[in-house]
Design a protein around this ligand. Sequence first.
Ligand code: HPA
Ligand code: ZN
Length: 353
Amino acid sequence: MDNFAGGSTVPETETDAAVPGVPAKPLPVAELHLHIEGTLQPELIFALAERNGITLPYSGLEELREKYEFTDLQSFLDLYYANMAVLRTEQDFADMTRAYLERAAAAGVRHAEIMMDPQAHVSRGIPLEVCVNGVASVLATSQEKFGISTMLIAAFLRDLPEESALEVFGQLLAMNAPIGAIGLDSAEVGNPPSKFERLYDQAREAGLRLTAHAGEEGPASYITEALDVLGVERIDHGIRCMDDPDLVERLVNARIPLTVCPLSNVRLRAVDTLADHPLPAMLAAGLNVSVNSDDPAYFGGYVDDNFAQLTTVFDLSDFDRARLAANSIHSSFATEERKAELLAELNGRELAS
Ligand code: HPA
Ligand code: ZN
């Protein structure tokens, strides 16, 4: 499956599977669509509950795991927000972030743009400084400890009024929070991008990069709105663009990055099975797609798991995977210098293998 647009310096090889039984070293990638609260593994949920003296409404890991059966986005969000109750201290946020980075490093992630949902914590009485500083303190040493450069993205909950987002955004600016971008997440349908025009105007004014979830469960028109009304540079998910050929043409021509999350789309029933996922059609259309894990603790896998399952189901070649990895690096908000470094690593790895 090599028939997608966009030239590459990466040669086609079939060497990853050279040693039977030995897992191929993952390609260096940028993870661009990741909610840090979605990396809370069941074991960590129980450990943090114990440390904080919180009684969970589940008798044990097994009963919690039984809840990971979702029917749509909202059914996931209900559990995702409920489990955040165990995050109380800076140490909790730091431990969660460290656990993600450790696992992400093993998955080949070399640059991570990490969303967090400040409103989901402030509304529980957790000071903004606690959640921001807890995550940011670990990100500050991520490159030296894990080889992963990072950017923190403040994501805003679209099912709350814009006033709430504006208030928290103002507080983030006032505390000089180390954020590089804003995003928009939570329940999509009925909460169109245009609801957040003022927020995005203010973020642009503050010099931040702009992304938003659009076209996950919501219609293709939300993608158009995110581009035209919010002025976003990147779309999170975006799979519903395939319903609108004119929009696909626009996205291809403008090279707008779409941060696709295949296992998430299966678990939240945006598609019936992985085999029904539009990723191959998106690549064939020439769209600038990358592969991301979204909420890996809830959706059955990290970036490497997403790549592995896509490879099995769609018979992706080394060239396909390298293209996806290159797209992720090009689509990141990293410095040009860092992008060049990672692209050289990707190309060098391919040439050496
Ligand atoms: N979609 C919308 N909101 C979210 C998601 C998602 O996949 N994950 C965490 N918040
Ligand atoms: Zn998401």
